[in-house]
Design a protein around this ligand. Structure first.
Ligand SMILES: NC(=O)c1ccc[n+]([C@@H]2O[C@H](COP(=O)([O-])OP(=O)(O)OC[C@H]3O[C@@H](n4cnc5c(N)ncnc54)[C@H](O)[C@@H]3O)[C@@H](O)[C@H]2O)c1
Length: 259
């Protein structure tokens, strides 16, 4: 069945972190298509050009692991538009190794982006949304936050932390009319995932093609997910269609059954 085009976010203000590539780019595109005024915040130096290309209102360089940088982006957005209706805390990095082999530097980097970054983003957005008495936050977790394979221990810990933080946020913000939910993707066709496939192949002494085929075989829907798949769920969760839905984590994984 074809997706019907709808415009649920006419003139709404939406911030998407990590929106210059991969899943976040799909999400940013969807909010633009549904009428939102979209700000993309990303560490990718091409963010400004990418934002222009997709019709977003702004593309701002920002490292989400830097609290002052995140606060600065949200302050600029609010100074310009006077509100923030939707915040998608999507920016993340992959990476990892078996825990016994993991350096402290990589451990800290994975947590800094995937957990600190979500904390800084949600905190800045929530402060604005509480003041205005409305808003929706969507965080991006991972199926590895609920079922973590070897080699992804710290990534999984960060993502489990995102789930916990989202649940607490929902409870804290509900009385102010602000909702918070988490989406947990499975195997998605992005650079982050292809790099993870290469690492798993190297660890297993297998070819990337073999690992890719093995992981695809875990997905009953028979394909890897896309930014557009995630965008549909994120947009639903941010929309009035999900007005009574908060504190939830929804897996978007094609029915993934890890072997
Ligand atoms: N691809 C998958 O299979 C998969 C599965 C589960 C969860 N996720 C999660 O989805 C989210 C998006 O991942 P993706 O697959 O689109 O990856 P991606 O690498 O394609 O895109 C990630 C984006 O985040 C940006 N980014 C990275 N570090 C940043 C930082 N410090 N500050 C600001 N921006 C930063 C990158 O520049 C990039 O634009 C991540 O949180 C990831 O953990 C992805």
């Amino acid at each position: 069945m074809e997706r019907r085009s709808v415009r649920r976010f006419e003139s709404a203000l939406a911030l998407v972190t990590g929106g210059a590539n991969g899943l976040g780019l799909g999400v940013a595109r969807r909010f633009v298509a549904e009428g939102a005024v979209v700000w993309v915040a990303d560490i990718d130096p091409a963010v400004e050009q990418i934002a222009t290309d997709i019709g977003a209102a702004a593309g701002v360089p920002c490292d989400v692991s830097d609290a002052a940088a995140v606060d600065g982006v949200v302050a600029d957005l609010v100074a310009r538009h006077d509100r923030l209706d939707v915040c998608v805390a999507n920016a993340g990095i992959g990476g990892g190794a078996a825990i016994v082999d993991l350096s402290e530097a990589l451990y800290r980097e994975i947590l800094a982006v995937n957990l600190d970054g979500v904390f800084f983003t949600c905190r800045a957005a929530a402060r604005v949304m509480i003041r205005q008495g409305s808003g929706a936050i969507v965080t991006v977790g991972s199926v590895f936050g609920r079922d973590t394979p070897g080699g992804a221990g710290v990534y999984g810990a960060a993502k489990a932390g995102v789930v916990a933080m989202t649940q607490a946020l929902a409870r804290e913000l509900g009385p102010a009319g602000v909702r918070a939910n988490c989406v947990s993707p499975g195997h998605m066709a992005t650079d982050l995932y292809w790099r993870a496939i290469d690492r798993r192949a190297a660890r297993a002494g297998a070819s990337p093609e073999q690992v890719r085929a093995d992981e695809l075989a875990e997905v009953p829907l028979g394909r890897f997910g896309t930014g557009d798949d995630v965008a549909g769920l994120v947009a639903f969760l941010a929309s009035a269609d999900a007005a009574y839905l908060t504190g939830q984590t929804i897996n978007i994984d094609g029915g993934l059954q890890p072997r």
